[in-house]
Design a protein around this ligand. Structure first.
Ligand SMILES: Nc1ncnc2c1ncn2[C@@H]1O[C@H](COP(=O)(O)OP(=O)(O)OP(=O)(O)O)[C@@H](O)[C@H]1O
Ligand SMILES: [Mg+2]
Length: 286
């Protein structure tokens, strides 16, 4: 199976392998179509009965329409941290299971493939706005800044470390950001997000970061016009790593609502996904 995310200019489909997809970075300036691209990926994965979907959306709005098909949608840094801890445990359990059975790669017959969708990676790495607000009221934000930075580092380190094992254990991470550059996106995570969906970005330097050194000069920021929302370059596809120009399909709110209606019965509740009763995954010996 493959997920069609859009079309090339010659109308051939742009696809991602599914399940088993490597981690994906979706980069683009504000309004370029990042959330649109995420919606399209969520929508395609939602139709797969063997896929569980978890969201991290600190902006609160983008993933909410999908909530009935999601296992969970973390909208605060606290719940995001909790989700990352659960995912880490899931990945550990699955790694142990694979090792115990002499297997190298997770298969859907052992349990659902997990899609983790992060809308704005920088926010996940950033300070907690609620804590900052509270600190502003008391007039002392030193601790918040210090703790915030520490917490953000821990969170991002956690994400980076779980990303490394994740794909072999049936977890694909898709992360969107406005700021693909080095100061914002930790190198360790960025190198794990090998598929790049680059929408319109602000500079040649960002193109270099997304597609590889030299592409900023070769392609240029004008290669995607402002008015062409969803215009993209897809790079790092396992079958075709070279950047390919195309445009993402668009799922509007009505289409999302319809897709959720068709697929809500496929949602995996948290207790079913996160193995909270400590059962062994099923199916390896069958
Ligand atoms: N593939 C597409 N085809 C046509 N229109 C699109 C497409 N993707 C997005 N749009 C339009 O562009 C608008 C902005 O897109 P979107 O919200 O995805 O941007 P964004 O990059 O997530 O912005 P932000 O950084 O502000 O979250 C959408 O409301 C939609 O109208
Ligand atoms: Mg968005």
């Amino acid at each position: 199976m493959a997920i069609e995310i859009g079309r090339r200019f010659d109308n051939r489909p742009l696809t991602l392998p599914w399940p088993g997809c490597p981690h994906i970075l979706v980069a683009g300036e504000t309004g370029s179509g990042k959330s649109g691209a995420l919606n399209m990926i969520i929508g395609a994965a939602a139709a797969d009965p063997d896929t569980a979907i978890c969201g991290i959306d600190l902006k609160l709005v983008e993933q909410w329409p999908w909530r009935d098909r999601l296992t969970t949608c973390a909208t605060t840094t606290e719940t995001a941290d909790l989700l990352l801890v659960y995912l880490r445990q899931l990945i550990r359990d699955r790694a142990e299971f694979l090792q115990g059975h002499g297997l190298r790669m997770w298969e859907p017959r052992f349990g659902p493939w997990v899609l983790v969708v992060i809308d704005e990676l920088a926010e996940l790495a950033g300070l907690d706005p609620d804590a900052l607000m509270a600190a502003a009221l008391t007039g002392d934000n030193k601790d918040v800044l210090r703790n915030g930075r520490n917490a953000a580092q821990v969170r991002i380190a956690l994400l980076g470390s779980l990303a490394r094992l994740a794909r072999f254990c049936g977890v694909t991470i898709v992360a969107a950001t406005q700021y693909p550059s080095a100061e914002v996106i930790d190198q360790q995570i960025r190198t794990q997000l090998t598929i790049r969906i680059m929408l319109r970005v602000a500079s040649g330097e960002q193109i270099d970061v997304c597609l590889g050194r030299g592409y900023g000069k070769r392609i240029g920021v004008r290669s995607i016009p402002v008015e062409q929302r969803g215009g993209l370059w897809l790079a790092g596809h396992p079958d075709n790593p070279e950047p390919v120009r195309g445009r993402a399909h668009y799922v509007d709110d009505q289409a999302i609502a319809a897709r959720v209606d068709q697929t809500r019965h496929l949602a995996y509740p948290p207790e079913a996904l996160f193995n909270l009763t400590n059962q062994e995954p099923q199916g390896a010996d069958q």
